[in-house]
Structures are given as structure tokens and as C-alpha cells.
Ligand binder design. Structure first.
Ligand SMILES: [Ca+2]
Length: 239
């Protein structure tokens, strides 16, 4: 059974399935969070969403400067491997390079077209980690660690929202953000942190053009081709 529950803010709603929260909706986005209990070393958690492209920062080039998703800054300046107390903690079960943002730094991901899904493996979630979505330079929505931790608490029936732990399945989570309509499809994602630190890996996106959609022209073309074939068959049968 699926019911919609509106919270006191009026804009936050959660989808409840069989008594537990499975996803939440806010400001035109649907978002979900999955614990890292089933994720494996060396990469930790990755997206389960189809028709997506994953950026894992594992190559020497680091954050890409070319292609559909371009990073600012690009390269390895914001990459980290392993953990160092007071500096950066690798996402749980991840021994590979990952993106780590110290206090008041941001990473901007610019897409070469509209995107309707973004996912990331979010390590040791903090209240001061933020993900912002933009289109044409205009901000569409911003999500913080508090909202994600609240969803995790509801979904996994935790006694309180959990934060900061380096090696907990519920503070190291894969988070999926979906545009609920064309109005919130986006061309830019900004990751930012106002404290130490915002650690993420295995960013994933889905370009709107990558989604399989019925193309009327293609269907008509196939029908026309079938018609020509039928006509040819009739002609050859007559001959
Ligand atoms: Ca990686």
C-alpha cells in the first residue's frame, strides 16, 4: 500500500510502502537513500539506476574536464584516498580515490544537456554537506545532510538521525535524486560543504536524452517500411 503523508512544512512528503518510508519528495525532486550494508570494497556503493553514467574518479585524470559531465575544479585537486582524522574520511568500504570538499569549498558539475537523475555515494554524512541543483544558472533546490539523515532514519527505523560515523552502514549511503518533472530537470550540480568535510564517490547521472522513449516518427517509419515490404511481397507474388 502506498500513501502520501504531508509533513507540517507542507512541501515535504514521504512515500510510505508497507509501513516504512522508501523515498521522499521535496521541491520537485524525489530522493532515496540506500544503506551501505550490501556494498563491497574497493569501490563501496554505486547506483542501481538504469541508463546512467558513473564517474568514479579512479583514473589518473581525476575529475573529468571533458565529456558530457565537466567538473570545476577538474583533475585531482579535490581528490583524496583513505582517511585522515580532522581532514577527510573515505566513504565506508571504499579504498579508491574520491572527492573530498573541505570547509567552504565546492565542486561544480556542468552537464552538456539536461539531466533528470543524479546519484552519489555520500560518506560519513554531515548536516553541513549540501547538494544543489541548477538550470540555466537558476537554483532549483538544495538538499542537506539533515534531510538525507532524516530519510535514512525513517526508512531503516533508526531511533535518531545518524551523522559523521566513518564506518556505519547508515551514515555512509548511496543517495538518488530524481527530477519529478521537466520543470526540475537540471544542467548543473553543485556540491558544497561548510565544515570538514563532504566526501563522495561514484557520482552518477542520467541525461534526459539517454532515456528510452517512444519516438512517433520512428514508429511511423517502421509502419511505412512494413507497408513497402508488404507491397513488394504482393508484387513478387503476382510476378
Ligand atoms: Ca573512486
Amino acid at each position: 500500500m502506498k500513501v502520501l503523508v504531508a509533513a507540517s512544512l507542507g512541501i515535504l512528503s514521504v512515500f510510505i510502502s508497507a509501513g516504512s518510508v522508501s523515498a521522499a519528495s521535496l521541491n520537485g525532486f524525489n530522493f532515496d537513500a540506500t544503506s551501505s550494508e550490501n556494498c563491497l570494497s574497493p569501490d563501496g556503493c554505486k547506483t542501481g539506476v538504469a541508463n546512467t553514467v558513473t564517474i568514479d574518479f579512479n583514473s589518473a585524470a581525476g575529475a573529468p574536464s571533458t565529456g558530457f559531465a565537466k567538473y570545476t575544479p577538474n583533475g585531482t585537486t579535490q581528490l583524496f584516498t583513505g582517511s585522515k582524522s580532522g581532514l577527510s574520511a573515505t566513504p565506508f568500504k571504499n579504498t579508491t580515490p574520491y572527492l573530498s570538499l573541505p570547509t567552504n569549498q565546492e565542486a561544480v558539475i556542468s552537464f552538456g544537456g539536461l539531466v533528470d537523475y543524479f546519484g552519489l555515494y555520500w560518506g560519513s554524512i554531515d548536516t553541513y554537506n549540501f547538494v544543489e541543483f541548477k538550470k540555466g544558472g537558476v537554483s532549483l533546490a538544495t538538499f542537506g545532510g539533515q534531510q538525507i539523515a532524516s530519510l535514512v532514519q525513517s526508512k531503516y527505523s533508526l531511533t535518531s538521525p545518524k551523522f559523521a560515523n566513518w564506518t556505519n552502514n547508515f551514515t555512509n549511503i548511496y543517495v538518488d535524486f530524481f527530477s519529478e518533472s521537466s520543470a526540475t530537470q537540471f544542467d548543473t550540480v553543485v556540491l558544497k560543504s561548510t565544515g570538514i568535510a563532504f566526501e563522495t564517490d561514484n557520482h552518477a547521472y542520467r541525461a534526459v536524452s539517454a532515456k528510452p522513449v517512444p519516438v512517433p516518427g520512428m514508429v511511423f517509419g517502421m509502419m511505412a517500411a512494413a507497408g513497402i515490404l508488404a507491397t513488394k511481397r504482393k508484387k513478387s507474388a503476382k510476378a
